[in-house]
Design a protein around this ligand. Sequence first.
Ligand SMILES: C[S@@+](CC[C@H](N)C(=O)[O-])C[C@H]1O[C@@H](n2cnc3c(N)ncnc32)[C@H](O)[C@@H]1O
Length: 227
Amino acid sequence: MRSPNANPGKISGAGTLFGVGTGPGDPQLVTRRAWSLVQSARVIAYPAIVEIPMIVPMRPGRAPAQSIYDEGAAAIAAHLEAGQDVILLCEGDPLFYGSFMYVLVRLADRFNVEIIPGVTSLSACAAAQSHPLVARSDRLTVLPGPLEDGVLEKAIAGADAVAIMKIGRHMPRLRALLTRLGLTDKALYTSHASLPHQKACALADAPQEAPYFSMILIYKGDDPWIS
Ligand SMILES: C[S@@+](CC[C@H](N)C(=O)[O-])C[C@H]1O[C@@H](n2cnc3c(N)ncnc32)[C@H](O)[C@@H]1O
């Protein structure tokens, strides 16, 4: 696998693209590096800063989002070519299901890129529940909720602990699946982790409707601190 950082064809004199992870929501969870980059960019380059919103439909299909990323990447490239640094903010961590990666893949060949990791929603949800994600030799499997039941079931069968992301409208189906698998009692539901309106409870007590920013964590064994 080729490292994007090793590419020799970068444009000299161009700005750097900063992919900045902003954490799961609570401003206190923004890293010092991310904060200082955002702050210094505002102070030093405020007149030159241009906001480049990329409104991406959060749907499983690739097509609608791709042209939006093409347009966003082209707009960012224009600023980089002019020698300006561009800070692209990304919720959580830029490389953990982060949309930043779709810009990265379009620009990494031509421009220097620096990525500032962020606190992931996975960590934030575990923290909200005060429950370990995995211990010792446990296998943690991260699954997007929109996957079909059969795919989810097979992946869950091979895991010790599971995180199901992107719940949203899939909540009723996921709840039914976990009930059928006998895992409801082992499942925790968290929405808007780290934010003032965070909800952290057992899946059995979760609301019927879940927002996009929610996650189900499952620990299939006995609680890890007990065994
Ligand atoms: C496209 S992914 C982005 C993940 C993000 N890059 C990260 O590092 O956590 C969006 C999914 O992350 C999860 N998520 C993000 N922030 C969350 C939060 N504050 N609370 C609960 N789940 C969250 C939800 O499952 C949501 O559907």
